[in-house]
Structure formats: C-alpha cells, structure tokens
Design a protein around this ligand. Structure first.
Ligand code: DU
Ligand code: SF4
Length: 235
C-alpha cells in the first residue's frame, strides 16, 4: 500500500540535523520511567485510516511520546486527551493509546504531525517546518480522494497547512491568511469540501498539557470541534 511505503520513507528521513541529533539523543538517554524500553528515535509517520475524511494535524512528536513509541500522540499526555476525545465522539475504537500494537484503530481519521521529528522544547523552527512539509504534501496527496476536513491543533499546524493547499490542490491560500483560533473555520471557495476544492480547515487549541491543565482547552471544547469536524466531513 502506498501509505505504508510513505510511512517507511518518512521513518528514514534525516534532513534536519538539529532534530536528528535531538531525537537520537533523547532515545539514547531516555526518561528513567522508560529505561527498559527501546525508543523509536526516528521520524514519526502518520497514523490512522487510509481513507480518512478528517486529517488531524499536530505540531511535532513528543520526545518521550511519539519519539519513544513510534506512533504519533501515543504514550504522552497530549495523546491521552486527544484519543479519549476521539473515542467519546466515535472516531476511535478505544480511549487510550499506549503503544504501537495496542489495537487502536481510528475510523475516518488520520493523524499526522507538521514536523515529524521531536524538537527540543517542542519548538520546531520555521525552516524545519518547511523542510518537513513535503512529507505532509505526499500524505495529503494520498488521502485526497476522501479528505474533507483538516483539523489543525494549534497555530503552528494552522500555518503549516497553507503550503499544502497550493502544492497539492493548486489553490492559492487566501490573503491575508485567516487567523487561527479555537473553532476558526475556513471553507473552500465555491462549494462544499471535495477533492478538487480542497478540505475545510478547522482550528482547535492544541491538546498540550499547557492548555488542558489550565482549562484553556476543556474536554467539552475538544468534543465540540471534533463533532464539528465530523459534520463538515459528512459523518
Ligand atoms: O494493516 P491495516 O489495517 O492497514 O492498518 C495499519 C494501521 O493503521 C494499523 O495500526 C491500524 C491503523 N488503521 C486505523 O487506525 N484505521 C483504519 O481504518 C485502518 C487502519
Ligand atoms: Fe525529516 Fe521531517 Fe524529521 Fe526533518 S523533521 S528530519 S524533514 S522527518
């Protein structure tokens, strides 16, 4: 399957020297609680349905989450919040995501990171975002037939989406770019989302602890945007 080949290719990427060094250093030193585990320590490919109608776009893998388990949002606090919500709204078969072979399946959803390697302090640079963008373009090109909604988790993913629109769909992004916000929505011109007009873009505050612990993003708010994404995707 083409997506599987893409995942394989992504997993071997070494284009960003700073991120290659960081992901491997974290994998070698580990967190004490995980010292008996073999860290993934490589780029983390997308996960979920090959016929996804919704693409959830995150920031980058967590050093001891996706960079440890090899599956995006798996084994970290952000993922705990995200997968519990996906399960509540009926898009995941189980509420938890702990390891690569834990039986998790997503229906109609694929999850990918804007930058596929864990960055220091969860902060990739704009250059790293642009360097990683071609992987996103290839992934979106493969799910284009079914894709109807992109849910951007945070302003970084929101910004990372626009080049995809021009590269994959040949559509010039609006100028000025619509502002990111929780619930911000950009619909395609001329009709509902489809493989030609492109998907709707929907914003959500990121599921990071910084947002969830402080109540900036509540479970109800997350359920709200996921339900909206389902509606926009015709689910
Ligand atoms: O072997 P496979 O059914 O294509 O699944 C590959 C991989 O993707 C597996 O870890 C489950 C996940 N997945 C999913 O989450 N949702 C789907 O609809 C199909 C596959
Ligand atoms: Fe490659 Fe992306 Fe990782 Fe950079 S961040 S090394 S482009 S996979």
């Amino acid at each position: 399957e083409e997506l599987a080949r893409l995942d394989e290719a992504i997993s071997g990427c070494r284009k960003c020297p700073r991120l290659v060094a960081w992901r491997e250093e974290v994998a070698a030193t580990k967190r004490a609680a995980f010292r008996d585990q073999e860290y993934w320590g490589r780029p983390v490919p997308g996960f979920g349905a090959a016929d996804a109608r919704i693409l959830i776009l995150g920031l980058a893998p967590a050093a001891h989450g996706g960079n440890r388990t090899g599956r995006i949002f798996t084994g970290d606090r952000s993922g705990d919040v995200l997968f519990a919500a996906l399960h509540r709204v009926g898009l995941a078969n189980q509420p938890t995501s702990v390891w690569r072979d834990d039986g998790l399946r997503l229906d109609d959803v694929r999850i990918a990171a804007s930058v596929r390697c864990a960055p220091p302090e969860n902060k990739p640079t704009p250059v790293e975002r642009d360097t990683c963008a071609p992987w996103l373009h290839r992934e979106v090109a493969l799910i284009r037939p079914t894709l109807r909604v992109v849910l951007a988790l945070g302003a970084f993913a929101w910004a990372a989406w626009w080049p995809t629109l021009s590269t994959v769909y040949g559509i010039k992004p609006p100028v000025p770019r619509p502002a990111f916000g929780h619930g911000a929505l950009v619909l395609p011109q001329g009709g509902p989302p489809d493989p030609v007009r492109g998907p709707a873009l929907l914003g959500s505050y990121h599921v990071s602890q910084q947002n969830t612990f402080t109540g900036r993003l509540t479970p109800a708010m997350l359920d709200g945007v996921l339900s909206q994404a389902k509606n926009l995707a015709g689910l």
